[in-house]
Design a protein. Structure first.
Length: 95
């Protein structure tokens, strides 16, 4: 998973981000132009994970950061992080 996290973090510049209350809109850039026909809406936890993504990030570091910021069982954190990475990975691989 760490390799996927690193790859995704390197694609962060392929998106324009806009915060709206507790959500974060990710709008993909195509040829340096925002594509408003497609966008992702991240909830508070998803936005937090997005903000924590860096090329050096590991799954364990992300899990620790999520646990420190949100009151959730470890199994839920593992599941949420895996789902987030899978969805974002699938979305970015189509771009």
């Amino acid at each position: 998973m760490d390799t996927r996290i690193s790859a995704l973090s390197q694609r962060k510049n392929d998106f324009v981000c806009k915060r709206t209350n507790e959500e974060l809109l990710l709008i993909p850039l195509k040829d340096n132009v925002a594509d408003f026909n497609q966008y992702l809406v991240l909830n508070e936890v998803g936005a937090f994970i997005w903000d924590q993504l860096h090329p050096e990030s590991t799954a364990e570091e992300l899990k620790t950061a999520i646990a420190a910021a949100f009151d959730a069982p470890e199994s839920q954190i593992d599941s949420d992080l895996a789902q987030f990475i899978n969805e974002l990975d699938r979305y970015t691989s189509v771009q």
